[in-house]
Structure formats: C-alpha cells, structure tokens
Ligand binder design. Structure first.
Ligand SMILES: Nc1ncnc2c1ncn2[C@@H]1O[C@H](COP(=O)(O)OP(=O)(O)OP(=O)(O)O)[C@@H](O)[C@H]1O
Length: 120
C-alpha cells in the first residue's frame, strides 16, 4: 500500500496539507491574506451576495493566496540557494512579487464588480 499509486497520492496530499499549514503558521503575507479572506467572507454574508458572486470571491481569494504561497516558496528557495545579495536574486524575487500584484489587482477588480452594486 505504502508505495502503491494510491499510497503515494495520499502521502503527497499529506505533505501539501502540511505545506498549507506551514504557510499559515510562518508567512506573514499569507496570514494577512487569510485575515482579508475572512473579512471578505463576513462582507459576503452581510451583503447576502449571490451563489455566483461567492464563487468568484472564492476564486479571487484562492488566486491571491496561491500566488502568495508560491511567491513565499520561491523567496525561501532563492534565500537558500543564494543567501547573499545578488541582482539576479533580486530580479527573480521582483518577478514573483509582480505575479502576486497581478493576482491582487485581479481580486480587487472582482471585489469591485461584486460589492459596488450593493454599496452604491
Ligand atoms: N538576495 C537578494 N539580492 C538582491 N535583491 C534582493 C535580495 N533579497 C531581496 N532583494 C530585494 O528586496 C525585495 C524584497 O525581498 P524580500 O525577500 O525581503 O521579500 P518580501 O516581499 O519583503 O518578503 P517577506 O516579507 O515575505 O520576507 C525583493 O523583491 C528584491 O528586490
């Protein structure tokens, strides 16, 4: 069972859940995103948004947290392989941060589409 296809997949899932927990426990950026996600869920209940709007909201939350998590992983990898200052490392980190920025802007646009009609 341990080395079977199913056993490996189950173990892989365990590592992934552990990784998500580590992100929440140690990464401040993810903690901030998590709090924002909770605030957006409270807003969703408050404004009684539709099922489709909930779906878009969860996609936006997932998109930002996924990008932030991958960015954290890449930063950790960069710091491990090259702890010293290097322009290439700076460039790599800036690109990864840029991806988070794109995800965040997308989430803000989705949020504006959902909540503007309720607020204004
Ligand atoms: N080793 C390095 N060499 C060159 N530039 C770096 C290096 N480390 C960081 N930088 C520059 O500083 C910026 C911030 O890097 P840092 O690793 O502190 O990320 P951060 O977004 O502050 O992440 P966190 O708050 O999660 O640690 C990078 O985007 C990059 O421009």
């Amino acid at each position: 069972m341990r080395d079977s296809f199913l056993g490996k997949r189950i173990r892989g899932g365990g590592y992934a859940i552990k990784g998500a927990w580590l992100l929440l426990k140690h990464e401040q950026s993810i903690q901030v995103q998590f709090v924002l996600a909770i605030i957006m869920c409270i807003a969703g209940y408050f404004f009684d948004i539709s099922k489709t709007e909930w779906m878009f909201q969860f996609v936006a939350i997932g998109l930002v947290m996924t990008a932030e998590g991958l960015n954290s992983g890449l930063e950790a990898m960069a710091d491990f392989v090259h702890p010293d200052f290097h322009s290439k490392i700076g460039h790599i980190k800036d690109i990864a941060a840029g991806a988070v920025f794109i995800a965040a802007v997308t989430a803000v646009i989705i949020g504006a589409f959902i909540y503007f009609p309720y607020i204004f």
